[in-house]
Design a protein around this ligand. Structure first.
Ligand SMILES: C[S@@+](CC[C@H](N)C(=O)[O-])C[C@H]1O[C@@H](n2cnc3c(N)ncnc32)[C@H](O)[C@@H]1O
Length: 169
């Protein structure tokens, strides 16, 4: 039982509702372009550090043919997702030791998780479970990573905040 994130950082509903807004259908066209995934394929997708499941829930609507598994080490997030979101396999587990065989997934995806996990384990495990030629999608709020998708455009206030923080801190 691990509930560090949901007890001390962001509660279940705070994270779920804020991500429901971030991954609302009004942004679908922009995410679709950004992800560039083939709708005609029966993709096998893994979301790493899924929290309470809002991104996986949207992916399930946007890619109905895909088989989606989502993993997080916080038990409260996984219990909430299992009870409230249908059609996705939610698992409690550690991104640094993924409980999957090599070369299994077509796509791995994460949203604001990469900055919290030791890089060689975070990337190494995804490379291991991705099929050769698979796609690793990493959405990040880290300063220095830029994306021109309009849905991720910063407000002036956010830009001022990030500009005030030295890189590498
Ligand atoms: C900023 S939250 C983002 C959650 C989710 N991706 C979202 O956007 O709602 C970071 C998440 O990473 C999870 N996490 C951190 N380290 C992890 C690890 N080693 N294995 C699995 N999950 C981890 C936390 O429990 C938390 O849910």
């Amino acid at each position: 039982m691990n509930s560090i994130w949901s007890d001390h950082v962001q509660g279940v509903m705070t994270l779920y509702l804020s991500r429901k807004l971030r991954f609302d259908d009004i942004f679908f066209a922009q995410y679709e372009k950004l992800f560039n995934l083939d709708h005609n394929r029966d993709l096998i997708i893994l979301e790493i550090g899924c929290g309470p499941g809002a991104l996986a829930e949207s992916l399930h609507r946007w890619y109905p043919k895909a088989q989606i598994t989502a993993i997080d080490r916080d038990s409260n997030f996984i219990s909430f997702a299992q009870e409230n979101i249908a059609g996705i396999d939610f698992l409690e587990g550690n991104a640094t030791h993924l409980p999957f065989e090599n070369d299994f997934f077509d796509v791995t995806i994460s949203n604001t998780v990469q900055e919290h996990i030791e890089p060689s384990a975070f990337w190494g495990e995804q490379i291991r479970v991705l099929k050769p030629g698979g796609v690793c999608l990493c959405l990040s709020a880290r300063k220095g990573i830029h994306c021109s998708a309009p849905c991720l455009k910063m407000t002036n206030e956010e830009k001022e905040l990030w500009d005030s923080i030295p890189i590498g801190r």
